[in-house]
Design a protein around this ligand. Structure first.
Ligand code: NCD
Ligand code: ZN
Length: 349
């Protein structure tokens, strides 16, 4: 063994588990390394109230192997017609940990999302007063805005006015991808934080088009410029408490990715911790890995830090992950950055 580090067991603050046949094999990958995860509600149809949450949560718990301690932290998908009383009741009872705001049309299964955020300001104010954190997909869905500018546009035209209108609002800018986003989060108050994915620390937009079109590097928000990737790396590895891991691990079966109109989403649950350790070591920041994966998010969400620990070993040989995992009759391709990491998690202690 070349090196060993021991960190608090990680949490994933943005995860897609899906539903039906795919749920169990996908969940099996996350529970190897993660103790809790914020579960995205963009099913088809979406999880829009506490009744939907209760039954989805039960399906997740039923899919867990016996004896595994994993806590799904549930969210409600906001629509134009969300009911603030139901949301507040769900939050107070501990059934939900946050709500998710998708601008309608911004990403996979977001058609039922919010069409005009100003219209739900009164609802956001009420749920914010009750302390409910708002996870935001921070991109405009306007087709007229260049896809690489949609995050910056959203921050200027929607997020900043929203935060000025409701000063106490607690927001997680999900999967931030730009230097503009990183700088905005750093400059603003402690009620604003951001998640960062593993893949946005590794790929930039060139990877999507390297030698041909690479559907397994296509996700939303789309990977941006190299200067953006470097800003994300600095934010994630610095230990800054406003940034924490949200893998956005988003499985789609291969025929839906390798398609004339392929779905957005990168599946990274299986090898995220291995590649993160590699990235943090490259930045000479292994000492901050635990903050990013296991501390900062829990503090922002006012949750206890996990008591369990996990060990990561750096082996002499690179770790080979499978190319794909099987889900029923189909396969889901795993995030493959094109290099190997020598880091491997060794389970919970
Ligand atoms: C996600 C999905 O597939 O549900 N896709 C993605 O590219 N990240 C949706 C999302 O989080 O935007
Ligand atoms: Zn997502």
């Amino acid at each position: 063994m070349l090196k060993t580090i021991k960190i608090r067991k990680p949490d994933d603050w943005h995860l897609h588990l899906r539903d039906g046949e795919i749920l169990k094999p996908v969940l099996a990958e996350t529970i190897k390394d993660f103790r809790r995860a914020i579960i995205m509600p963009n099913l088809s149809p979406p999880i829009v109230n506490t009744r939907d949450v209760l039954s989805y949560r039960t399906r997740i718990l039923d899919a867990l192997p016996q004896g595994v301690t994993f806590e799904p932290l549930m969210t409600i998908y906001l629509t134009d017609n969300s009911d603030h009383k139901d949301i507040i009741k769900g939050y107070r009872s501990g059934l939900i940990s946050a709500v998710k705001l998708y601008p309608a049309g911004a990403t996979t299964n977001s058609e039922a999302g919010v069409t005009d955020i100003e219209k739900i300001f009164p609802l956001l104010e009420k749920i914010s007063n009750a302390g409910v954190p708002i996870c935001i997909h921070g991109e405009t869905s306007k087709d007229s805005i260049d896809i690489f500018d949609r995050e910056a546009f959203f921050i200027e035209k929607t997020l900043d006015p929203l935060r000025n209108k409701i000063p106490g609002i607690k927001i997680i800018l999900e999967h931030v991808t730009t230097k503009i986003g990183v700088d905005y989060v750093k400059a603003e108050n402690e009620n604003l934080a951001a998640t960062i994915t593993t893949h946005h620390l590794i790929i930039n937009r060139n990877h999507i088009f390297a030698g041909g079109i690479r559907p397994h590097f296509y996700c939303l928000p789309i990977a941006k410029r190299e200067s953006d990737r470097l800003a994300l790396r600095e934010a994630a590895t610095s230990g800054n408490e406003k940034f924490f891991l949200g893998t956005d691990s988003a499985p789609h079966i291969d025929p839906l990715k390798e398609n004339q109109c392929g779905c957005a989403g990168i599946f990274s649950a299986t090898n995220t911790m291995s590649y993160l350790a590699h990235v943090f070591e490259e930045e000479d920041a292994l000492k901050n890995l635990e903050k990013f994966t296991s501390i900062n998010g829990a503090i922002f969400y006012n949750m206890p830090i996990n008591k369990e620990f996990c060990v990561l070993n750096k082996h002499e040989h690179p770790i080979k992950f499978p190319d794909k995992i099987r889900v029923g009759k189909e396969f889901v391709t795993l995030f493959n950055p094109g290099f190997l990491s020598n880091w491997c998690t060794e389970g919970t202690i």
